[in-house]
Structures are given as C-alpha cells and as structure tokens.
Write a protein that binds this ligand. Structure first.
Ligand code: NI
Length: 196
C-alpha cells in the first residue's frame, strides 16, 4: 500500500516536473517569432536588511538570477558555487558588471537575515532576496520558475522541489541566456566573456 502510494507520488512528481520543463521550454524557445523569450520582469522582494528591492535596483548591471532555497542540500549550493567560480574566472573588471542574485523560494525559513548570511558564502557582492510568499510567487512566475514544498518529515524539515536554472539578464532586465545546473564554471565563464 505504502509502496503503491510512493510510486504514485513519484509518477505525479515526474509528470509535474515534465510539465514545468515544458512550460520553461515554451517560455524560452517555443515562441521565436516574438523575439526575446518572455522571462523575467518586474519583481518586488526584500534584501538581507529587509529593505524593498525591485528589478529597477539592478538596472545598468547584468544579473545572474537563481531561484532556490538555503536549506537545499545539493543543487542550489553547487550552482551558486559554480557561478561564483565563473565570476572569479572572468576577473574583477568584468565581474563588477554582473550581480549574482539568489531569490529564495522558501520564504517561510529564508528570512532576510538567513538569505544575507547565505549569500555571504558566494562571490563577493552576491545578493540574497526573499519576501512575503505572494512576492516570491510573483517573482518566480515572472521567471517561469516552478517550485513546490514537499511534505515535511517527522522532525518538521522539508525539501522544496524547484526548477534549477541560472538566468543571465542584461542591464535593462531583459533575458540574455540561461544555464542549467549541469553547466560548469568554465561553461559559464566562457559565455559571460562572450556576452558581457
Ligand atoms: Ni535547490
């Protein structure tokens, strides 16, 4: 019975992930006739000091935007670490033109203090953002990011399923390209050198 339930949940999870992937594909590549993919847009979130931050605060600088959560055991820290290493590789002059921006999809646990502390583990200048649940939902929606809190374990801990995509946005907040979680620091550095 329990195994059947688990299998059912797994199948559901795969279907949901597949749909989320299709949605992202559609947003990124499915409508070439309209030019740039419809990814990114206005957002209103809170920074590590609890101050209001919008996409306009990043104008004039490229953004590497990543949605995740600080309790994430593997994919989030790996992607942010690779991005940080890529920024080291391209050197301080180019790197100063980019902000690595981490946006939490787990605002329940990721308070401004928590995202600030977390951002401090990555490239200098990395910005951690969070917000009220509705603000986070709106920001994730504008970047076509899927996320869903998994059922808590007995000790109350929980995972959050989420799309793992690192977006490069230009100084006007427009989509330039994206990297999957499989992209290496070298891949990212090469792309940044070409595109910045
Ligand atoms: Ni993660």
């Amino acid at each position: 019975m329990r195994r059947g339930l688990q299998l059912g949940l797994l199948v559901c999870g795969v279907i949901v992930a597949g749909l989320a992937g299709y949605w992202l594909w559609w947003a990124l590549e499915g409508r070439p006739e309209q030019g740039r993919p419809a990814v990114g847009g206005p957002f209103e979130l809170l920074d590590g000091e609890g101050r209001k931050v919008t996409e306009r605060d990043f104008r004039g600088r490229h953004m590497l935007v990543y949605f995740g959560y600080t309790f994430c055991p593997d994919v989030c820290p790996t992607t942010l670490f690779n991005a940080s290493q890529a920024l080291d590789e391209i050197g301080p002059a180019l790197a100063s033109r980019v902000r690595l921006v981490f946006i939490s999809v787990d605002p329940e646990r990721d308070t401004p203090e928590v995202v600030k502390e977390y951002a401090g583990h990555f490239h200098a200048g990395t910005v951690g953002l969070t917000g009220a649940p509705e603000q986070v939902t709106a920001a994730a929606r504008s970047f076509r990011i899927y996320y869903r809190k998994a059922a808590p374990e007995e000790d109350g801990d929980y995972l959050v399923d989420h799309s793992s995509i690192l977006f490069l946005m230009d100084g006007e907040g427009r989509y330039v390209t994206h990297f999957s979680h499989e992209a290496t620091a070298d891949d990212m550095a090469a792309a940044l050198k070409r595109l910045l």
